[in-house]
Design a protein around this ligand. Sequence first.
Ligand SMILES: Cc1cc2nc3c(=O)[nH]c(=O)nc-3n(C[C@H](O)[C@H](O)[C@H](O)COP(=O)(O)OP(=O)(O)OC[C@H]3O[C@@H](n4cnc5c(N)ncnc54)[C@H](O)[C@@H]3O)c2cc1C
Length: 303
Amino acid sequence: MEGSRDADVIIVGAGPAGLSAGVYCARKMLRTLVISQNVGGQAAWSWEVENYLGYQLISGAELVERFRAHLENFPVKLLEGVKVNSLRLKGKLFTVSHAEGESRSPAVIVASGKVPKPLGVPGESEFRGKGVAYCATCDAPLFRGKRVAVIGGGNSALDAALQLGQLAREVCLLTLEDRLGGDEIRRRAVLDHARIKVYYRAVVLAIRGEKFVRGIDFQVDGDRRSLEVEGVFVEIGSVPSTDFLPPEVELQPEGGGGGGFQQPHHAPRALRRRRRHQRPGEADNHRRRGGCQGRPLRLFLPP
Ligand SMILES: Cc1cc2nc3c(=O)[nH]c(=O)nc-3n(C[C@H](O)[C@H](O)[C@H](O)COP(=O)(O)OP(=O)(O)OC[C@H]3O[C@@H](n4cnc5c(N)ncnc54)[C@H](O)[C@@H]3O)c2cc1C
């Protein structure tokens, strides 16, 4: 069985965490395979990335190109554009099933990050890709000269509103709260923007349309309202992308509060057994880090 391994370590995800893991595995002379739906992850959706150390401001696209160039200096095999469907322990190796087949290794690093959280209102799924969007960086140009709504009140929503503000005729930002969250610098830019209008305490009820989105219904302090818009950008946060993990991997419920989140804390039986043999302090490191975004989960077999 050992002979049939495809790599010493498989990394799921090629966002900042997966790519960093790839570089460091390669530096340890491990045969490393990265499998990912895209390169860059959320960084690729970012219009501008601020204060990534070493860059005061850099576009998401440029940062991702630099990540890619960095990785290319190392003998890391990258399966790009490939979705991982499941992961299971088979014999002494993990088997990662993906769109192009199966790959096996004795260690897996899960760096699958997050995906946008859905709003969960009528019309959302129906008009997904027909006016309902989750990535302003990707889709803002489709709404040039149009009136659009952005749902959310944190940094992602502010970022989306500012991007859309450059192209759209009007941007209606609907937040549940009675003030905007996010960074002060973004808040100020949004509030000072001539084409962005903020609706506070706005509870979205439905997205409506015919073939494409035509409007949005919402409620403010019990009063029902609607807006005619051609696009709805859902920017209410994100959820861990862990649907491919097997039931043996324990997941923590997503934490709320202050727009923060708690990524799942994964503890497969194999990892728990390994913890019992770790040096004092070492065992708790992973728990303290909580399997956070940008800090990948490691699954490995007991010795
Ligand atoms: C709009 C926006 C603006 C941001 N601005 C900043 C900023 O200015 N400064 C900053 O420091 N941070 C910023 N961030 C946050 C930063 O982008 C994230 O913290 C970072 O990308 C997390 O990295 P990650 O590798 O953990 O996960 P992700 O970036 O989520 O990457 C996960 C990777 O896993 C892949 N994947 C997931 N599931 C599967 C699967 N089943 N099969 C195969 N591949 C899979 C994805 O395709 C992706 O490549 C921003 C994020 C957003 C959305």
